[in-house]
Design a protein around this ligand. Sequence first.
Ligand SMILES: CC(C)(COP(=O)(O)OP(=O)(O)OC[C@H]1O[C@@H](n2cnc3c(N)ncnc32)[C@H](O)[C@@H]1OP(=O)(O)O)[C@@H](O)C(=O)NCCC(=O)NCCS
Length: 281
Amino acid sequence: MAYLPLRTVGLPDASDRFFDGWLEQVEARLAAPGADWYRFTRDLLFEIWYPGLGDYDGLIEDPATPAGTRAALLSLDPRNVTLEPEYYADVDAERYARVKPLHWLWQSFDRSPLGGGNVHLGVRFRRILAHHLFARCGRNFKAFQFVEFSYGYNLEVGDDCVVHRHVLLDDRGGITLGNRVSISDYANVYSHTHSIVDQKEVTNARTVIEDDVRITYHATVLAGVRVGRSGMVGAVAVATKNVRPYHVNVGIPAKSIRVKPDAPPEAYVTERVVQHHTREG
Ligand SMILES: CC(C)(COP(=O)(O)OP(=O)(O)OC[C@H]1O[C@@H](n2cnc3c(N)ncnc32)[C@H](O)[C@@H]1OP(=O)(O)O)[C@@H](O)C(=O)NCCC(=O)NCCS
């Protein structure tokens, strides 16, 4: 195995300075006392999606504006869209309404030519939103493109966490990520489940991913599962039960195949003894 830490990739100085300035403006406007996040989102998306088009309200009112264009313009305003979590009966409507514009801004930014795969700008832009959107967001949070959340306000994130492309963090029942957690592309972490008899019967259970855990590509962690410190869920695995600290669990349902070589002695408790007392896999 080769040791391959990430490279540093630079931008031309002038662009770098411009992006810094723009992000500072975004940060300041979101943090301003009494900031109207709905209006801010609408105006920013108008700039990003329709550069140079001029006056938003004028275009909406102008009978010459084609109906499809008007629909697209109206949809920039978070008040004119609905998002899936709003339909969940357990949503805290007031809390969700507060963060809804930031969900819409995050999603729409990611789909824009500006946001897209632009890592340098995108990671820092999303970090600004995350600090307002999540219950808690630690230092250096890094989210790549197309990450989705349910409520956002039930998500706690520690320091130095990385969430890769197309990850779903369903924080309906709450998700806690410790420090230095990495969640790889296309992974899903759930915190709610439905009765097999009546789909409308929902159980919410907080899912906890402890410090230094890696949830790897396309893996799924089900509601209420705790992945112990330095644990790992292998590619495409489905963690239906707790993962013990320092264990590497793979398969469906995920089972421990090994203990990491740097584990402390207590990580080597036999599976049979642990399962007798808990529901660990
Ligand atoms: C979890 C993982 C690291 C295990 O690697 P490993 O410790 O080297 O394990 P091995 O390759 O020696 O495999 C041990 C056994 O588990 C099986 N196995 C390994 N990974 C598996 C997986 N994801 N799903 C099902 N079975 C798996 C192997 O087939 C092997 O089975 P066998 O003993 O019957 O032959 C690896 O499979 C994995 O999922 N890597 C994901 C890539 C990654 O690191 N992503 C992180 C990005 S941040």
